[in-house]
Design a protein around this ligand. Structure first.
Ligand code: KG4
Ligand code: ZN
Length: 381
């Protein structure tokens, strides 16, 4: 069969990305334009600004992906685009552009679920290394700024189907990293900053109790029959516990000083962040990260055992975290369960994963209708 070249487009949050992938396994190009510096002064993603930045970036980013791949628009076989979940206005920029390209070039359009994209970031790199088959059942932890989801995946007629066996009841893990960083005057995005700073603190210094990590859902609507076998995450309690620690230890003034000092630096370096943190802050950050990582790892392995899982995939922005990767790897080798991650650049949002996820759909002729629309709350099934 002739090679298939798929152009992927991703614009669900604060990265405008495009990539060209050959046969779902070879990355010919992957361009990611991050809007971090646009949102930094606001301490989080501002949806209106995200849409505006996507509008500015989409044409050059796609053009660069085509050029880097050494292709032209004419010799692309299909266009894949993220249809959700994400910010509606941001998603619409990618979708509108993908539709226009599909119409103008007369090439099929494929709508991709962003969460399935994250899962395919792992599969894409496994295939690159000649690893074409994973053992089912597969358990995938998607842990990012918007999601903390455990999916049990099975393969049916070459397509994967997913069962949501656990998710966060409140904040996503990445969201907790971002909120804690903001609260400590460390700015946005919190994950990569906390990851670097945590290495310099004592992770045993502050004890976060299990009760702070647990959310009791008393809403009868959420009391499912299979509640016993579900795994639930909750990260808003630990954020509140960090806030309480800050208040009790009179850290406010130091935090405001740090916030002002960082504001005055256009692009702070890791050393500048470190210089602006005292030991107490570093210990707090390290203890926070250790608690979140241990909670993610223990609940995921619990679910893996309960469901007799043969392969574990860990993906999404938070999968870039060094301590998370080390802890999952150690536990995986102790328990004899293979654990796979994407490389760091493919852990956070990118379009290579979108083009890779589209490949099985391309083979199956599963194309989107011209009325493809953004679905902010799209689920993975
Ligand atoms: O997958 P992603 O790029 O976007 C979403 O789909 O949400 O994930 C972004 C999230 C942010 O919350 C960011 O703080 C977090 O991933 N993140 C990290 C690291 N790198 C990114 N969290 C912890 N450690 C990191 N190294
Ligand atoms: Zn993502």
């Amino acid at each position: 069969m002739a090679d298939a070249f798929i152009l992927g487009i991703e614009s669900s949050c604060d990265e405008t990305a495009a990539a060209v992938i050959r046969n779902g396994e070879q990355i010919l190009s992957s361009v990611v334009f991050s809007q971090i510096f646009t949102h930094m002064p606001y301490g989080g993603v501002v949806p209106e600004l995200a849409s505006r930045e996507h509008l500015k970036a989409i044409v050059p980013v796609v053009r660069k992906a085509i050029e880097d791949a050494g292709r032209s628009y004419d010799n692309i076989d299909a266009i894949a685009v993220t249809r959700g979940p994400g910010l509606t206005g941001a998603l619409l920029v990618g979708i509108s552009y993908a539709k226009a390209l599909s119409f103008a070039l007369d090439k099929p359009l494929i709508g991709v679920n962003h969460l399935e994209g994250h899962i395919h970031a792992v599969l894409l790199e496994l295939r690159q290394h000649g690893h074409h088959q994973v053992q089912f059942p597969v358990l995938a932890l998607v842990v990012s700024g918007g999601h903390t989801h455990l999916y049990l995946a099975e393969e049916k007629d070459a397509a994967w189907t997913y069962r949501d066996i656990g998710h966060t009841r409140d904040d996503a893990a990445g969201e907790a990293f971002d909120k804690v960083a903001k609260l400590l005057g460390l700015g946005y995005p919190g994950g990569p900053i906390i990851d670097r700073l945590a290495k310099h603190g004592d992770p045993q210094a502050v004890k976060f109790s299990f009760a702070q990590m647990k959310h009791r859902d008393r809403n009868p609507k959420n009391q499912h029959a299979d509640a016993e076998s579900r795994v639930d995450f909750s990260y808003s309690g630990i954020k509140t516990a960090v806030l309480r620690y800050v208040e009790l230890n009179n850290m406010r003034a130091a935090i405001e000083e740090r916030r002002a000092a960082l504001k005055a630096i256009a692009k702070p370096t890791p050393d500048e962040y470190l210089r602006l943190c005292d030991k107490q802050t570093l210990d707090l950050v390290a203890s926070f990260q250790r608690s979140v990582v241990n909670d993610l790892v223990s609940k995921t392995f619990h679910a893996a055992t309960e469901n007799n899982v043969s392969t574990l995939l860990v993906t999404g922005g938070v999968a870039a975290n060094a301590e998370l990767r080390e802890t999952f790897e150690r536990r995986g080798s102790e328990e004899g369960l293979p654990v796979y991650f994407p490389s760091r650049p493919l852990s956070t949002d990118n379009a290579a994963m979108i083009a890779a996820a589209a490949y099985p759909r391309f083979l199956a002729g599963d194309f989107a209708a011209p009325d493809l629309n953004a679905e902010a709350n799209l689920r993975l099934r």
